[in-house]
Design a binder for this molecule. Structure first.
Ligand SMILES: C[S@@+](CC[C@H](N)C(=O)[O-])C[C@H]1O[C@@H](n2cnc3c(N)ncnc32)[C@H](O)[C@@H]1O
Length: 604
């Protein structure tokens, strides 16, 4: 299948175009003018884009049921679960097909040991309504799920709901006591999510140990208001937006980005899936009511995570304001604020869920033409599939003759550039244990940290919740640096600086770059090994050394060991740092590299 995003082929034509739409004046145009210029090109040279996304489709449902039936004995339970999920996604709401698909998926989930999820699907099928025969089977399966889940605490078959047993037929009753699989152990990544830190009355979700201020050299920056110890939690907060990669949209929740086993579909589109009805309703209320047809069209055009993030920011901004006129007023209010820190506050507080925290984020201006083209295309998809401009638009030309669309086009361009600068990619492991992109997330507070190739904090994400944790002791009044994916122990200074310049458009002035730290220099760092550790640390170290012979294998440590390794490493850093007078040292670099590997290998 051709996966080239639509903007890419249009850009090639645009750059080949001899009538120069892109003369020297392009760079000095404002956002609205840039998008207008691109729209002019599109209206002259390109045909309107297809906006018909995929719809619910009973024929597809039949096809998937048939394929499951034909290959039933050849397919794993997981593959069957996936194929019934497709039936669920394409079935009409409340239809017999939907009830049947939930019922069938409950069987696959049951056999995978996912009893809670199996029960959820059984309830959904029963609520829609099934034949007497199927209901009977489902009630029996539900009783078995309960038995499997309560096996340890109440193994007695008699303790099950007698009504359910009555409903089950004789055959089912006899199989009720037969052995069931052990429940499938889902990894609880919540174990790695630290406690919410003490309240910071200016920054929601942050520890009072941090504040935002401004310097000429770095712009806004995050500072320590007191001494911070290694391992302290500086932030636990939701993302403003979290966007699942297109190829995982049927496996990860479109609202909270968590792995989904018994997902529920959108009532309208076939693009996304949710953990449950709560996530679906919240998403609908917060953004999906508008974005639903636009996302479907964008997927057909192979648009990617940054572009969908752009759409999400635009829709959330619009919904927060209520109307386009009110959104203009809101932006005028923000633009009138001179102080760069006050600019991002809402009612005197930094609140990552509010648009004010996003609007003035740093923009990536490394490729203005592509960004303006993306903005024009996203504007087109939005205007052609929704009525937020009062009507649906069918051509690029119509967009040019409307003040509201041009205003939104300019704002969308800002959001494209904000997304390119601030959207952080989260990974998961594929079936072979290799990291693949799962989603892009935007957390405006995290975006205020400046970069260092020797970062002082690490970022852990579970679903759409972010935690920022200090990797070292930080002194009161010091600036706290995060990493934008460029670490001194991985690459030479030149390579790091070039990467950051190319991706984000700035020349890195972090301590590691200014002092030319790189893999070649790390061995020359002084060493101050501590000869004896407190007994509990010594014991933990002996256990780790025996079980995991090197740093890489510790990164891949068993999940139950990881929290322990992490907390022991933080304890060691805190003891170690009291005994050294210079920075960096070889041990400090090794501690940080280990923590980095450990947190990066907790995939969620
Ligand atoms: C995501 S923003 C960080 C917050 C920003 N300082 C602000 O005022 O919103 C990234 C921008 O901060 C500046 N910056 C971040 N880290 C830097 C570094 N190590 N060296 C120089 N500039 C840096 C660059 O201008 C970069 O484009």
């Amino acid at each position: 299948m051709n996966r080239v995003p639509v903007w890419m082929s249009i850009r090639d034509n645009l750059l080949d175009e001899e009538d120069s739409f892109l003369d020297d004046s392009f760079a000095v145009k404002n956002d609205e003018e840039k998008v207008e210029t691109i729209l002019q090109y599109l209206s002259e040279y390109e045909t309107p884009l297809n906006v018909d996304g995929e719809l619910k489709d009973a024929k597809k449902v039949s096809k998937y049921f048939e394929s499951a039936r034909m290959n039933y004995h050849l397919m794993s339970w997981q593959s069957l679960q996936h194929i019934y999920t497709l039936c669920i996604i394409y079935a009409q709401p409340d239809s017999c097909d939907l009830a049947r698909a939930y019922a069938n998926r409950s069987m696959a989930l049951f056999n995978e040991g996912l009893y809670e999820e199996s029960q959820m699907d059984i309830e959904r099928a029963l609520k829609i309504g099934c034949s007497k025969n199927l209901s009977t089977k489902l009630c029996a399966r539900r009783a078995k799920c309960r038995l499997a889940m309560n096996k340890n605490s109440s193994p007695e078959f008699e303790e099950l709901d007698t009504n359910e047993l009555d409903e089950a037929n004789e055959e089912n009753k006899t199989t009720m006591n037969s052995s069931v699989n052990e429940p499938f152990e889902k990894v609880d990544y919540q174990n790695f999510m630290p406690e919410i830190p003490e309240d910071n009355c200016k920054i929601i979700g942050a520890s009072a140990a941090v504040e935002i201020n401004y310097s000429k050299k770095f712009g806004r920056q995050v500072m320590a208001t007191r001494d911070i110890k290694a391992g302290e939690t500086l932030l636990v907060h939701k993302s403003y937006a979290s966007i699942v990669e297109p190829h995982l949209m049927h496996k990860y929740c479109w609202h909270c980005s968590k792995r989904v086993w018994a997902g529920v579909p959108c009532h309208q589109c076939v693009s996304v899936i949710y953990c449950n009805e709560i996530c679906r309703d919240e998403a609908w209320q917060q953004h999906h009511d508008i974005e639903c047809p636009t996302i479907s069209a964008m997927l057909m055009a192979n648009m990617e995570v940054v572009e969908m993030m752009t759409l999400r920011i635009t829709i959330k901004a619009y919904k927060e304001a209520g109307t386009i006129e009110r959104l203009k007023e809101l932006l005028n209010e923000i633009n009138a604020i001179q102080d760069p820190v006050d600019k991002c506050l809402s009612g005197n507080v930094f609140d990552c869920t509010k648009y004010a925290s996003v609007y003035s984020l740093w923009r990536n201006i490394t490729d203005e033409i592509t960004h303006a083209l993306k903005a024009a295309i996203i504007l087109y998809f939005l205007a052609a599939t929704t009525t937020i401009f009062g009507q649906k638009f069918n051509s690029f030309e119509e967009l040019l003759n409307n003040n509201s669309t041009i205003f939104m086009g300019g704002l969308i361009l800002r959001h494209v550039e904000i997304s390119h600068m601030n959207c952080v990619t989260m990974c998961i492991d594929d079936d072979y244990g290799n990291p693949i992109d799962r989603s892009g997330i935007l957390n405006p507070f995290i975006s205020l940290f400046n970069h260092s190739c020797d970062p002082m904090v690490t970022h852990y994400v579970n679903g759409d919740i972010n935690a920022i944790i200090s990797l070292q002791n930080i002194k009161k009044g010091e600036q706290i640096f995060y990493d934008y994916g460029s670490l001194f122990w991985d690459k030479s200074t030149n390579k790091r600086r070039n990467k950051l310049l190319k991706e984000f458009g700035f020349l890195c002035e972090c301590q590691a770059c200014l002092n030319h730290w790189g893999p070649h220099s790390r061995l020359s760092f002084p060493s101050h090994a501590i000869n004896s550790w407190p007994l509990d640390i010594e014991n933990a170290l002996n256990y780790f050394r025996a079980k995991y012979p090197n740093i890489i294998s510790m990164g891949l440590a068993d999940l139950e060991d990881k929290p322990w390794i992490i907390s022991t490493t933080f304890d060691m850093i805190n003891i170690y740092e009291q005994s050294i007078s210079e920075y960096p040292t070889r041990e400090m670099f090794e501690f940080k590299a280990l923590l980095h590997v450990l947190y990066c290998s907790v995939r969620c």
